[in-house]
Ligand binder design. Structure first.
Ligand code: ASP
Length: 352
């Protein structure tokens, strides 16, 4: 059996955390070293199951500063992408160990940064530290090894950026963190799971992206000047005005009610029209967990298309944010950017 090579990038997150002050009850959790995490995962040791029985060779790299993922920004997406790019040809699959809080953002961001990805990049973490007696870490980690090392297990490879959590593999840019504490921490509300890991592992190839044509590479041109805001009953145009006037805001994602509905007062409409005229890209997504924006379904959404608002379809807010950051970073005309925003680029959206 030929060797399957898996590269593991450890960035931080609960999975490897322990108390800041040992022996102090309720001491806040902080990331601990790769060595501390690894000792709870004997199956990945050189004399463990994966090497001995499945001929898998692992290599590891830790971020210099391990972090709670709530501290990440787009520069961390680029750091992760570069770590993988450097080793792309050498390894069969990649695992990123990551905090759950912003896992879906990172997975979405990476899906756009990677061009022609044709190997599995599996992002995983846990709700409880691996040192906890009831942790979900070992299951999630082992499952991620099966998906990243598909070849060694005779599985169809899922050559995408995915999130592997609680016995499911979801497309990263379709996933969202759904629970702070349930082991079912992630859902993919508008797209089926790509694999189910029960007693046997079932990969669902019909939902996996087809192989790209062209060489793998990165496109790290990003414009992080994008803001996401959520509407609420009583939302006033003045809440929006400051953002529209802010020269550092190039894109605005508005989490609207239901299928794209928003107050259509003259003030709100006028402010959005002004945004569009001054070159700010405005996209509507839904604040519902599941479903899509259909501009024009109601009078309360019909007025926005004509003033330049773009529909984000059924994108999660994580995917919409990552996509806009990436698209607005590209050196192309505003019209071309708007076309890209309304095109399915990495399986992140289904337009109807
Ligand atoms: N705050 C943690 C993080 O995102 C939560 C987790 O990993 O579950 O790093």
């Amino acid at each position: 059996m030929s060797t399957t090579r898996i590269f593991i990038l450890y960035t931080g997150g609960t999975i490897g955390m322990g108390p800041k002050e040992l022996g102090v009850e309720n001491s806040p959790l902080v990331p601990q070293s790769w060595e501390q995490l690894q000792q709870f995962m004997p199956a990945i040791h050189p004399d463990g199951y994966f090497s001995q029985v499945k001929n898998i060779a692992f290599e590891y790299h830790s971020f210099d500063t391990l972090m709670d993922s709530s501290q990440f920004d787009t520069s961390h997406w680029v750091m992760m992408a570069r770590e993988i790019e450097q080793r792309y040809t050498e390894f069969d699959g990649f695992i990123i160990i990551h905090g759950t809080d912003t896992m879906a953002y990172t997975a979405s961001g990476l899906s756009f940064i990677f061009r022609n990805l044709n190997k599995p990049v599996v992002v995983t973490g846990a709700q409880l530290p691996i040192s906890h007696t009831r942790s979900d870490a070992i299951t999630n980690f082992s499952n991620a090894i099966h998906i990243a090392g598909a070849k060694a297990f005779g599985l169809t490879p899922i050559n995408e950026v995915t999130i592997c959590f609680n016995d499911r593999v979801f497309r990263g840019n379709r996933s969202t963190k759904a629970s702070t504490n349930d082991f079912e921490g992630f859902v993919s509300p508008d797209y089926p799971a790509l694999a189910e890991l029960e007693e046997t592992i079932r990969v669902l190839p019909e939902y996996v992206q087809s192989a790209p044509k062209g060489p793998f590479g990165l496109n790290t041109r990003l414009n992080p000047n994008v803001v996401v805001l959520t509407l609420f009953p009583g939302f006033k145009a003045k809440h929006l005005e400051k953002l529209v006037d802010d020269e550092e805001v190039d894109g605005l994602i508005i989490k609207t009610f239901g299928s794209g509905n928003a107050p259509f007062t003259p003030e709100f409409l006028g402010t959005l029209e002004r945004a569009s005229q001054k070159g700010t890209t405005v996209m509507f997504i839904t604040q519902c967990l599941q479903g899509r924006v259909s501009l024009g379904k109601y009078e309360a959404s019909d007025v926005f298309g004509p003033i330049g608002v773009i529909s984000g379809g059924d994108m999660t807010s994580e995917a919409a944010l990552a996509k806009m950051i990436w698209v607005l970073g590209q050196n192309i005309s505003r019209e071309e950017q708007e076309i890209l925003l309304q095109t399915d680029l990495r399986g992140e959206v289904t337009f109807r």
